[in-house]
Design a protein around this ligand. Structure first.
Ligand code: GDP
Ligand code: MG
Length: 436
């Protein structure tokens, strides 16, 4: 997904304007890319529709380049779809019972250990409960996991029913001061009635605060069906998406949330006990988009460019009253975005190799700035008055040479001429012509 979507969106960046046709073409490709990533068909359809509606509106015309705007909208919608902010665990009930469920091999036992580990770090005193009495060595596995995270494991062997084990575990927890009880249940290769009945019985007996479905992210579209069925039977409170370290497609996260409305609470990306984190929809959106830093570039750009200032500047261009002071202002805005090198590095498709051989004018910036700062207010507003003696004074004040000052003035005048044409053009078209 990432590569394809990235190249699609990359085509959009750097364009001055985005026509309806452009958006349509891009959205067709975004749609294909999402479907390819196993995102549910209906979800994709709704998603594309929403983005298109937003992109076609006036938002595309204001600030940023249209391409950047589309990326931003796509990202925002992805984030919104997966839940706007992260959802945490509800600890109001004491002890808090967390029931882990899911198909065989999804990662329930591993995740139980990870959760215990995480909760311990938050100052909790968890108890792990072995309720998988079917899978050979399942109890032993939980004991090993429990030991590795220094958490007690409650077990009654494999002769007693999981419901009775879990009830006894709750009593044990109350007596021993465990404030969180994590129940590691059995899984099956497929959902069947017997498994569901057992899980429902445990659910009824313990009334868990959290029923977390552990899902293997690698199973894609299938994960959504599983989530849907488990939610029907058990009323899930959250999903843990595992194995995101593999070739996993974030697409599952997208569909799960929008099809079942169950929030994804944690993600796991590795077998080690500290490989678990709270789910952040915005990060997952970036992951699905595979755009990496391009999103932070957009944020930076938006911070740096004050819309009001841009409008004032446009007005000045139109009237061609652009001065060295405005120029300085512009330079400072660009500096707010960080070193040019960083900014170029954040653009998709640009890497450090592409940067080699290009001389970045960062120190050139400083020089120009020094020269402008050495000018008087009058000189900045009316560069025409800068004669050779003024030139010498400015050069001296900025540690440059009169030739440097001369060059700057010439460049400035050329620029102003160009901008005047530009300004007239934008006036005749009645549209903003500015882009970053
Ligand atoms: P259960 O049957 O649901 O209890 O699943 P397990 O906890 O036994 O995990 C099944 C396999 O998946 C084990 O080999 C785990 O080490 C592995 N596993 C679990 N979570 C992750 C993960 O986030 N990333 C990777 N790469 N492997 C995982
Ligand atoms: Mg297990």
């Amino acid at each position: 997904l990432s590569d394809k979507l990235q190249s699609t969106l990359q085509k959009l960046t750097g364009k001055g304007r985005l026509s309806e046709k452009d958006i349509d073409a891009a959205m067709r490709e975004v749609k294909l890319a999402l479907l390819e990533a196993d995102v549910n068909f209906k979800v994709v359809k709704d998603f594309v529709k929403t983005v298109k509606e937003r992109a076609l509106g006036k938002e595309v015309l204001e600030s940023l380049t249209p391409g950047q705007q589309v990326i931003k909208i796509v990202n925002e919608e992805l984030t919104r779809l997966m839940g706007t902010s992260e959802v945490k665990i509800d600890f109001s009930k004491k002890p808090t019972v967390i029931m882990m469920c899911g198909l065989q091999g999804a990662g329930k036992t591993t995740t139980s250990g990870k959760l215990a580990n995480k909760l311990k770090k938050d100052g909790k005193r968890p108890l792990l409960v072995a309720c998988d009495i079917y899978r050979p060595a399942a109890i032993k596995q939980l004991q090993v996991v429990g030991k590795s995270v220094d958490t007690p494991v409650f077990t009654m062997g494999d002769k007693i029913s999981p419901v009775d084990i879990s009830k006894a575990a709750l009593e044990h927890a109350k007596k021993n001061g465990n404030d969180v009880v994590i129940i590691d249940t059995a899984g099956r290769l497929h959902i069947d009635e017997k498994l569901m009945k057992e899980l429902q019985d445990i659910h009824e007996a313990l009334e868990p605060s959290e029923v977390l479905l552990v899902l293997d992210a690698m199973t894609g579209q299938d994960a959504v069906n599983v989530a849907d069925k488990f939610d029907d039977m058990l009323k899930l409170t959250g999903v843990v998406l595992t194995k995101l370290d593999g070739d996993a497609r974030g697409g599952a996260a997208l569909s799960i949330r929008s099809v079942t409305d169950v929030p994804i609470k944690f993600i796991a990306s590795g077998e080690k006990m500290d490989n678990i984190e709270v789910f952040h929809p915005d990060r997952m959106a970036s992951r699905i988009l595979g755009m990496g830093d391009v999103l932070s570039l957009i944020e930076k750009a938006q911070l740096a460019v004050d819309d009001k200032k841009a409008k004032e500047l446009e007005e000045k261009l139109r009237k061609s009253t652009f001065t060295f002071e405005d120029f300085l202002d512009q330079m400072q805005q660009m500096k707010n975005m960080g070193p040019l090198e960083d900014i170029i590095g954040m653009i998709p498709g640009m890497n450090s190799k592409a940067l080699k051989g290009i001389n970045l004018p960062d120190n050139e910036f400083a020089k120009v700035e020094a020269m402008i700062l050495s000018m008087t207010k009058k000189e900045r507003q009316k560069p025409e008055i800068i004669d050779s003696s003024r030139r010498k004074r400015i050069a001296k004040g900025s540690g440059t040479s009169p030739a440097d000052v001369n060059k700057l003035i010439k460049q400035f005048k050329d620029m102003r001429k160009m901008m005047k044409q530009f300004g007239n053009m934008s006036k005749s078209m009645g549209k903003r012509k500015f882009k970053l």
